[in-house]
Design a protein around this ligand. Structure first.
Ligand SMILES: C[S@@+](CC[C@H](N)C(=O)[O-])C[C@H]1O[C@@H](n2cnc3c(N)ncnc32)[C@H](O)[C@@H]1O
Length: 346
């Protein structure tokens, strides 16, 4: 790592290098080069699986937006778990960088053209040992679901989807709905649970709609899930997928759900397919980035604001191919987030 940092310092002494790199990435993006492809995700997963199963370090080859392959190491020393994360699994995994993150993130010239990278220092997956057991979670989840199903926002959502003439959907894929066991106090994490209720409402609606008499399979991907989440979701017929397998399921006959993710779910999906519908954060009139200005007037972002920023490609997709329907969050607006429904035009 030290070597890279020194190279970084040397290279970035000249600010024009940074500007050139940014211009190159922006030009490739403007020319329509995808940041994310299933082939690249599948290939990275294949290599990571070898690391996961062997438990030993390897070099993972990832192609950048310029097509050149960069080798990323997964040194086992990096996998050591800090004491404060003792109940987490440490697991090398993929990182996804939006355009804004590529242009304005923590700049390392060797990685500047890589929308997909490998992270070896982060935790993944909640271990058991939380006071909220699977039995209790299932019970509390069913209670909240009954509350949600009887609510005015859910009734309104049902009406809107029924009227929307959603094209055929074979699967629902939910991203980043978080662990329902997040409170650490033994209570159900309502926010996350409510978002998961959406999956079941949508499945119910789409299996009975006139355009859609087929079975609708349900998947959920969030590295935060622990065993209690998996048991609860499986009991409702929702299959939990390890990152990045959810992305490999995305296609034109899917409905994509996501709320306030830590990763650029909307950018990834935009590059992978033109799904039948999405319920996800509404780009609205917000800016095409999550940047602020520092004291010197330079644009800079934080990991949070750059996680799933609006992007020109996302906007173009939604404007050209989708009808936007306001999400009827009502009393649940805070817990569900700033969502909107997008249904693909006929
Ligand atoms: C800010 S939290 C939002 C959680 C929840 N949706 C909410 O509104 O409170 C971001 C979520 O993104 C999830 N996340 C991170 N990487 C992900 C990935 N590769 N695929 C799916 N979810 C991911 C995190 O685990 C976390 O649960």
């Amino acid at each position: 790592m030290k070597e890279v940092d020194e190279t970084f310092e040397e290279n970035m002494n000249d600010k024009s290098d940074l500007t050139d790199l940014q211009a190159e990435v922006q030009a490739l993006y403007d020319a329509g080069v995808p940041l994310f492809t299933k082939a690249a995700i599948r290939d990275a997963l294949r290599q990571l699986e070898e690391v996961w199963s062997s438990g030993s370090a390897a070099e993972i080859q990832i192609a950048g937006v310029d097509g050149k392959v960069v080798s990323l190491g997964t040194a086992p020393g990096d996998w050591e778990r800090p004491d404060e994360l003792e109940d987490w699994r440490v697991h090398p995994h993929l990182e996804y960088h939006s355009l804004v993150s590529l242009l304005h993130g923590d700049f390392n010239p060797e990685h500047a053209r890589l929308p997909i990278r490998v992270c070896t220092t982060c935790w993944r997956g909640r271990q058991d040992g939380n006071p909220l057991t699977s039995e209790l979670m299932m019970h509390e989840f069913d209670r909240l679901r009954a509350e949600w199903e009887a609510s005015q926002p859910c009734t309104e959502l049902r009406r809107l989807i029924q009227d929307a003439r959603v094209p055929r959907v074979d699967k629902i894929i939910a991203f980043a709905f978080a662990s329902m066991n997040r409170t650490r106090t033994g209570e159900l994490y309502r926010r996350s649970a409510l978002q998961h209720c959406l999956i079941l409402t949508l499945r119910d609606l789409l299996t009975t709609s006139t355009l859609n008499s087929n079975e609708v399979r349900c998947f959920a991907q969030d590295p935060d899930y622990g065993d209690t989440d998996k048991t609860t979701l499986t009991s409702h017929g929702v299959c939990v997928l390890e990152d990045p397998r959810g992305f490999l399921e995305v296609d034109d006959n899917s409905a994509i759900l996501s709320a306030n993710p830590d990763v650029p779910i909307r950018d990834i999906v935009t590059d992978l397919a033109r799904p039948a519908m999405m319920i996800w954060n509404d780009p609205g009139d917000g800016p095409d980035h999550g940047l602020n200005e520092d004291e010197e007037g330079n644009q800079c972002g934080t990991t949070w604001t750059m996680a799933d920023p609006n992007s020109p490609r996302l906007r173009a997709l939604l404007d050209e191919h989708y009808v936007r329907i306001a999400f009827p969050g009502g009393i649940y607006s805070d817990e569900l987030g700033n969502l909107a429904i997008f249904v693909r035009k006929a």
